[in-house]
Write a new protein. Structure first.
Length: 110
């Protein structure tokens, strides 16, 4: 039961849900999430930490960059992520975020 409560708390913030929806398209660099959400890197890092603790996303470090992707191996988590996606896939903010992602390039060369 504690795991479900942790997931529910992770999904209680609009920016975390937006990040989760962005990751539905595939792995993203933290810089891409920062650009789309328009938040400070430290704020995005905290949001991603909450999603990681809930078991919804995983992170991997490559050089100085952090990359995030959805956790899809656990059936219960996959069902929750699928439910969120089905519920919000046509929401204006989600569609705008996806459009912005397609036009933004991660600045890994900086």
């Amino acid at each position: 039961m504690d795991h479900i409560i942790t997931i529910a708390k992770a999904l209680s913030d609009p920016n975390r849900v937006r990040a989760l929806m962005m990751l539905h398209e595939g792995e993203l660099c933290a810089c891409q999430i920062i650009d789309v959400l328009g938040l400070a890197p430290s704020t995005v890092s905290k949001h991603m930490s909450v999603l990681r603790q809930a078991g919804l996303v995983r992170g991997r470090k490559q050089g100085k960059w952090m990359y995030y992707s959805l956790v899809t191996k656990e059936k219960q988590v996959r069902e929750i992520i699928d439910w969120v996606n089905r519920s919000l896939c046509t929401a204006t903010v989600v569609l705008n975020d996806r459009k912005k992602l397609k036009t933004n390039i991660c600045r890994t060369g900086e």
